[in-house]
Design a protein around this ligand. Structure first.
Ligand code: GUN
Length: 285
């Protein structure tokens, strides 16, 4: 079997093109979606992600503001900035790029963002609403993954989904969204004893570990759907995922590539959340 490749990039481009039309109409009626991104420090990966977000915003017609601050920025100054953005009616989405320098308490920052502008879906109120299946901003990478699966009409109900990785950004929430879609969900992580046995029985395998070649084709079930969330540089400086693509694609039914898989979907879902936020803000006026 050779897997069908789920090109997140193509799906993302199509969605962005639809969003561009929607935002055009919104702007005609006086609704101008705006995202403010806060970037602290000089991390090259973060800078590159932020650039991707700005580019997507420009394309779809979402106003975007980038506030770049030095790595010495204090927690207090950042909290004050967030409060100012919370109060600013022209701002619909606030995204503080993570990770933050060690002297800043990340959770405190996440909790300072008003839930109505929490386009990352990281605030405990957003997380709690997601957990209880209520409408809310869903975290972008997990939402992007679900959107990719649905775009291929891959049924999730009753399927055994195995999530490797339990981060607050990806692993935990993607498992929750799969559960909300009636999948049976197993989480694997660094302390899991029988990971190979669990991976072997996964119908849907989500790999979000951050290690090159963490999963090889011979570990997966024939016909499994493999979603690779990893972003790693290999020894040649090339961008690669967590899954050995060449071996896995001969065993899976569907697989996502890196680059051009999950990544572009994440940014697209951020645009989706920002547009939703602008519409909701307008409805409250
Ligand atoms: N760093 C890596 N991914 C993300 C993300 O989705 N949102 C934020 N705020 N920071 C990140």
């Amino acid at each position: 079997m050779v897997a069908e490749i789920i090109y997140g990039k193509d799906l993302a481009n199509g969605l962005r093109s639809d969003m561009k039309e929607e935002v055009y109409d919104l702007r005609q009626s006086g609704i101008v979606p705006k995202l403010t991104v806060v970037l602290i420090g000089e991390d090259p990966a973060s800078k590159s992600y932020v650039k991707g977000k700005q580019k997507a915003a420009d394309y779809v017609g979402v106003d975007s503001d980038l506030i770049e601050l030095p790595s010495e920025t204090t927690e207090k100054a950042l909290l004050e900035l967030i409060e100012k953005l919370n109060q600013d009616d022209t701002v619909n989405g606030i995204l503080v790029q993570l990770p933050l320098p060690k002297h800043i308490d990340e959770q405190k920052i996440i909790e300072a963002i008003t839930p109505s502008k929490d386009v990352d879906g990281f605030h405990p109120i957003s997380v709690g609403r997601m957990l209880t299946g209520k409408e809310t901003f869903l975290p972008c990478t997990p939402l992007g993954i679900i959107t990719m699966l649905k775009s291929k009409n891959i049924s999730l109900e009753g399927k055994h989904a195995v999530v490797i990785g339990r981060s607050n950004l990806v692993g935990k929430p993607v498992g929750q969204l799969l559960l909300n879609e009636n999948a049976t969900v197993t989480y694997c992580h660094s302390r899991t004893k029988n990971m190979d046995e669990l991976v072997k029985i996964a119908d849907i395998l989500i790999v979000a570990v951050g290690k090159e070649s963490f999963i090889h084709g011979d570990q997966i079930k024939k016909g499994a759907v493999v979603i690779d969330v990893g972003v790693n540089r290999n020894e040649h400086g090339k961008l690669v995922g967590d899954v050995d693509f060449e071996s896995a694609k001969n065993k899976a039914s569907y697989i996502t590539p890196v680059p051009g898989g999950v990544g572009p979907m994440t940014i697209t879902m951020l645009m989706h959340n920002t547009i939703q936020s602008a519409k909701l803000a307008d409805a409250r006026r």
